[in-house]
Design a protein around this ligand. Structure first.
Ligand code: GUN
Length: 300
């Protein structure tokens, strides 16, 4: 078994992005700017957004964290998104999900300028993803693809089983792995809470992606020998012995599955850190596109 070390792969990506922002500075160009909106005080969301902002700083991207009380009205949030759309100096807009119940998430996502939608959640960008056209790939699926590429794991000809059909992870992962792209060409089975014969299907997986948000759900008896196992779960589980009062647990029972898998992602240090690296890449991509630049600028 080999660990798919997201930390190592994400550091390599961040190093490249740092060198790119340094080049932009030398050329006296404006730096890419990510604006992140956080509504309310959801502990996990606070941590994720803080990490995103911290990582921007590390690689020299400009970032703004815009915080709102959870009582913020939907129209106030829509106004803010529109303001960021109109701000020429903002390249990427990220609205951290979930939003409070009184705000319709899709309405907010739909308003984000697709050219600044670094989360890749806007219907235009999802449409392009389905078509196989260039677009912003949502950060977690993109992070998974980048991690597989870092370890030279090919999906071509393999049977990939994805557990979980969320718009953020499961569904886009299933589209990417089945797409006619270098990182795709797998045969994909997308499973969810209404799949009756889940174990029968998961046992067929050469690549198993667990993205359902249920700690320890995937047990050793559900995994084929030498499978590649990608654990997307990052659930906070109460633990009085832990410093913060909780531990982060993945969707995979690591102890049982790691002895069978050929490759497996650890939690933490696997997919989570790759998600941030992918978001940073998307932000740089948005900046280049909006300024009619290509990556050639970094080698000129
Ligand atoms: N909540 C959980 N994952 C994500 C993500 O990738 N982007 C945003 N905006 N919110 C999330």
């Amino acid at each position: 078994m080999e660990l798919l070390k997201g930390k190592e792969a994400s550091e390599a990506i961040k190093k490249q992005l740092l060198s790119q922002t340094q080049t932009l500075k030398q050329k006296k160009l404006r730096l890419p700017h990510l604006a992140a909106i956080l509504v309310g005080n959801n502990g996990a969301s606070e941590t994720y957004v803080a990490n995103k902002v911290k990582n921007c700083e590390e690689i020299g991207l400009t970032s703004s964290l815009i915080r709102f009380d959870e009582k913020l009205s939907e129209s106030q949030l829509l106004n803010k998104v529109q303001e960021l759309n109109n701000d020429e100096n903002i390249d990427g807009i990220l609205v951290q999900l979930p939003l409070p119940k009184h705000i319709i998430e899709q309405k907010v996502i739909n308003l984000i300028n697709p050219a600044k939608d670094v989360d890749g959640f806007h219907p235009v960008n999802i449409g392009k993803l389905v078509q196989g056209s260039p677009t912003f790939i949502p950060a977690t699926p993109y992070g998974i693809i980048l991690l597989m590429q870092y370890y030279n794991i090919e999906a071509q000809g393999k049977h990939a089983v994805v557990i979980g059909r969320s718009n953020i992870v499961g569904r886009p992962v299933s589209i990417l792995l089945s797409s006619n792209q270098t990182y795709g060409n797998a045969t994909v089975t997308l499973c969810h809470s209404h799949t009756p014969n889940l174990k029968e299907l998961s046992l067929q997986a050469d690549i198993l992606v667990a993205a359902l948000g249920k700690p320890g759900f995937v047990t050793g008896d559900m995994v084929k020998n030498d499978a590649v196992v990608i654990d997307v779960g990052i659930t906070r589980v109460q633990d009085a012995t832990a410093k913060k009062g909780f531990r982060i647990r993945g969707d995979v029972n690591f102890d049982e599955v790691s002895s069978k898998a050929s490759y497996i992602t650890p939690v933490p240090g696997g997919v989570g850190v790759m998600t941030i690296a992918a978001l940073l890449k998307n932000t740089m991509h948005a900046y280049l596109m909006r300024n009619n630049l290509t990556e050639d600028i970094f080698s000129e």
